[in-house]
Design a protein around this ligand. Structure first.
Ligand code: FE2
Length: 453
């Protein structure tokens, strides 16, 4: 039996916020987990199901990645004609990532929760909140076939679960050149990716291919077992509100508002090589989970960012040194899942020989509408902090959430969405959001009129 993780005893007790002040950004309401079972006999009987935080092993992984990055960052630029060529994305990202990595420290006991699936579910009950990553394992009903029968999960995914290898996907390639309007991504067929995967990794040098935002074609049983509670199931209702229109009968035609919805309830992320994702927030302020199906993965985050760090990051994303004292990291291994709350500034790193398959998804929580609204407002004010565009989708999301809040208020179900104070704060923040959008639309109109003149 594995020993219990020290980190699983994280203190999650505190009191809900009752501030009358409208927060500029999500307040870190730390609400009691209320989970005496997390620390009692039930806790002990479930030790074998709990992942273990191993700082020594994580440190070795970090050391290896830092050594590899140092080699890339130190590469001299060619001195002749080629020196005028645009820089590749890989070395540019490596320099910033090296700084983040060199400042990353292991989390303290109360900064991360290593828990069983059942304990994770308790931490995500209505009104409960852990302000940091929750790491768990064996979170899905779905099982991969044995390696000797069908190959690795990546081979099984591409050979069996993707319906057509001719499908094209957007691939971030680290050797693409940066500059002007050039993109860091290009289209690949999945067949080409499978061929690349089947080659020897050593032949690929420091190149990385990162397939982001790929549709998850795995069966529904891949879903996480600890996300079945009511509180974590708000996003599907927001999607229905935005996309399905007024009728809730089964649709026989196209959903009228589908284009206004940003599909992110679940996806797959396939990566070969040392792909680095620099620090960012996920767009439209969701909670996020990453379930690692294959390989090993480094996760870094800014632990409990205060106003100072948030302001520095918002003003100068991916260049601010103010984040360094609060950067923490951990290594995730196949079978483990990390879940972190909305507004977490995070980054992802891999070693040179990485081949990772992740199933991920976004989550919205009914009892966190105030924090969601504050984070979304901050992302609209500072669009560069999110990894993807926030507008125009944010307008549709806010309208949908407002409608759901109104409906809960009408039915007297205010406790489900955080109580009266949280609702009042939500409406104040929404007002600020509406003013911001009006101002920005006014600016756009003025600009267009000036251009016409
Ligand atoms: Fe992210």
């Amino acid at each position: 039996m594995e020993p219990p993780s020290e980190s699983s005893s994280a203190d999650t007790s505190a009191t809900p916020s009752s501030s009358d002040q409208t927060p500029r950004r999500a307040k870190r309401r730390r609400v009691s987990s209320g989970s005496s079972s997390l620390h009692g006999n039930e806790n002990k009987s479930q030790d074998h199901k709990r992942p273990v935080h191993n700082p020594d092993r994580d440190a070795k992984f970090l050391e290896r990645v830092v050594e590899e990055l140092q080699k890339v960052a130190k590469r001299k630029r060619p001195s002749t004609r080629s020196a005028r060529r645009p820089t590749q994305w890989g070395p540019v990202n490596a320099k910033r990532m090296l700084k983040l990595r060199q400042n990353a420290k292991p989390p303290a006991r109360d900064e991360v929760c290593y828990v069983t699936c059942e304990e994770a579910e308790k931490l995500l009950e209505p009104g409960k909140f852990f302000d940091g990553p929750i790491v768990t394992r064996n979170t899905q009903q779905f099982k991969w076939s044995p390696l000797e029968v069908d190959g690795t999960p990546i081979q099984q995914f591409l050979n069996r679960w993707v319906p057509d290898l001719d499908w094209k996907v957007s691939v971030q390639d680290s050797i693409l050149e940066k500059g002007g309007t050039k993109s860091s991504s290009e289209e690949w067929e999945l067949r080409e990716l499978l061929e690349y995967y089947n080659k020897e990794v050593s032949r690929h040098g420091y190149r990385s291919l990162n397939v982001l935002d790929m549709r998850n074609t795995l069966p529904d049983s891949i879903s996480l077992n600890f996300l079945n509670g009511f509180d974590t199931q708000m996003l599907p209702q927001v999607r229905n509100q935005i996309a399905a229109g007024p009728s809730r009968s089964l649709s026989t035609g196209p959903w009228h508002g589908w284009g206004n919805y940003r599909e992110a309830e679940k996806w797959t992320l396939l990566c070969f090589g040392p792909a680095q994702t620099l620090e960012h927030e996920d767009p439209l302020a969701p909670d996020t989970y990453l379930a690692l199906q294959k390989g090993e993965l480094g996760i870094g985050w800014v632990s409990r960012a205060g106003e100072e760090e948030v302001a520095a990051f918002s003003e100068n994303p991916q260049e601010s040194d103010a984040l360094f004292p609060k950067i923490r990291y951990l290594r995730l291994e196949a079978g483990q899942t990390v879940y972190f709350p909305a507004g977490t500034i995070h980054f992802v790193f891999r070693a040179k020989d990485a081949r990772t398959l992740i199933t991920g998804g976004h989550v919205m929580r009914w009892s966190r509408i105030q924090e969601w609204m504050a984070n979304t407002l901050n992302q609209v004010r500072h669009p560069n902090i999110a990894s993807d565009a926030v507008l125009p989708h944010a307008e549709h999301y806010v309208t949908a959430v407002a409608s759901l809040v109104q409906s809960r208020e009408r039915e007297g179900r205010v406790d489900e969405i955080g109580g009266r104070e949280a609702i009042a704060a939500f409406w104040r923040l929404k007002e600020e959001f509406d003013e911001l959008i009006q101002e920005s639309n006014g600016d756009e109109t003025k600009k267009e009129e000036e251009e016409e003149e």
